[in-house]
Design a protein around this ligand. Structure first.
Ligand code: XLS
Ligand code: NI
Ligand code: NI
Length: 438
């Protein structure tokens, strides 16, 4: 095997005092945390699109990335990317990858050619998976880049586009199944609208539900056991994406009776674009029994788009892992780094360093969150805060044994209300202390 990322060795754990940028400071794959290996809590995945396919283009400039496969084209390029992907994952100790059909094989000039190309590259990927033991966390289809999807895919006003998208999802699901993928993701690329002046929102939403329902039926038909996931995002590329946020998607799924067939893939940067914290979206998914997987990244507070940066914010990672632990893990989901290096970080070692800092951030987040939970510091405070619902009138409310007349009579006798402090700053201090010392 030819080494593509020359000069970069297998990344090892060196501990918090290490100053080596090419070593883990916190991510220690085999370390036991609350009875489970760190790697099994985190289930890190490489995103094929940002890591292998993306070249650092932005609306103002061309690709900048220096990559070992630069200069190749077509299937040769796709195959070289497979080699690079598996070398990178092996060196980083990442055990899963996520991909779109379009990331791994050239589009071709017809649907038939596209599928043939996919079959060729999937065979190469399959070989590499056997050789390395690396697995597929999820597959998906790209039904948003090609001009045919200008008005949407399943929500396009053009039924031919709906059919084309169905053919793509069918194939992408077959490939994911063949590669032993444990989830399949639907991110509604252009499922949304620019203006209601030309949009029949009701028909579009009904069609999206019809599409998802047929996808579920096909999954059953081929015996694909992976979890189907919907990834909410409020805007970009369309002004209004239908899968706006977690609660919106849950409401949609319930309306069309699809709630038992799908879970959610929560992305940090999509949460903040929707005006929520990452933790909020994870918590909404969790309390509804729908937290499936995570796209780990972060946005920029000053920019209003999906900047997909590698996650380095320790505070957010702690609170995210807090939700993951309260969810009793993510399996079969995981933490996919839907993240890209900045355009100026064009060297191959920048890519490794970016993954390392992302993995370390979540490893440290896990350690802190585990401590917070095992000490019960936040949970005890919160449950004490709601204690008025465990007896007396509160108990009657939760048991459903009271009504407005009884409540009004009770209030008449208890109209001098005493509240307690919410202690927000004290709790923030506790979280900080756990971050300093865990
Ligand atoms: C785009 C999405 C996309 C999905 C997969 O914003 O995050 O990358 O994760 O289609
Ligand atoms: Ni994503
Ligand atoms: Ni995104």
């Amino acid at each position: 095997m030819i080494e593509l990322f020359k000069g970069i060795n297998k990344i090892e754990y060196e501990g918090p005092d290490s100053t080596n940028p090419l070593a883990f400071k916190y991510y220690n794959a085999e370390k036991l945390v609350a009875g489970r290996k760190m790697k099994d809590h985190l289930r890190f995945a490489m995103s094929y699109w940002h890591t292998m396919t993306g070249g650092g283009q932005d609306p103002f400039g061309n690709a900048t990335m220096q990559r070992p496969y630069n200069g190749l084209e077509g299937l040769e390029l796709s195959k070289a990317r497979v080699d690079a992907a598996f070398e990178l994952m092996s060196k980083l100790g990442i055990e899963y990858f996520c991909f779109h059909d379009l990331d791994i094989a050239p589009e071709g000039n017809s649907l038939k050619e596209k599928f043939d190309n996919l079959d060729i590259v999937v065979e190469v990927i399959e070989e590499k998976m056997k050789e390395t033991g690396i697995k597929c966390l999820w597959g998906t289809t790209n039904a948003f880049s090609h001009p045919r999807f200008m008005h949407g895919a399943a929500t396009s006003p053009n039924a031919d586009v709906f059919a084309f998208a169905a053919a793509q999802v069918k194939k992408a699901m077959e490939i994911t199944h063949r590669l032993g993928g444990v989830n399949y993701v639907f991110w509604g690329g252009r499922e949304g609208y620019e203006t209601l002046l030309n949009t029949d929102m009701e028909t579009e939403l009904d069609n999206m539900a019809r599409f998802l329902s047929m996808a579920y039926d096909y999954k059953q038909k081929i015996g694909f056991k992976g979890q189907l996931l919907i990834e909410p995002k409020p805007k970009e590329p369309t002004k209004h994406q239908y899968d706006y946020d977690a609660m919106n998607v849950i409401g949609f799924l319930r309306k069309y009776n699809l709630q038992d067939k799908f879970k959610l893939n929560i992305e940090a940067n999509h949460a903040t674009l929707a005006g929520h914290t990452f933790q909020h979206e994870l918590a909404v998914a969790r309390i509804n029994g729908m937290l499936g997987s995570i796209d780990a990244n972060q946005g920029d507070m000053l920019l209003g788009w999906d900047t997909d940066q590698f996650p380095t914010n320790i505070y957010d990672a702690v609170l995210a892992m807090y939700e993951v632990l309260k969810n009793d893990g993510l399996t079969p989901g995981g933490l996919n780094f839907d993240a890209k290096v900045r355009r100026g970080s064009y060297q191959p070692d920048d890519l490794f360093i970016a993954y390392i800092v992302g993995m370390d951030t979540f490893a440290k987040g896990l350690l802190v969150a585990e401590k917070l939970i095992s000490d019960g510091v936040l949970e005890d405070f919160v449950s004490n805060r709601y204690r008025s619902y465990s007896s007396g009138i509160g108990r009657e409310i939760t048991d459903g044994t009271t009504d407005f007349e009884k409540l009004a009579a009770y209030a008449m006798e208890h109209d001098q209300i005493h509240n307690e402090s919410g202690r927000q700053e004290m709790l923030e201090d506790i979280v900080n202390r756990y971050i300093y010392r865990s």
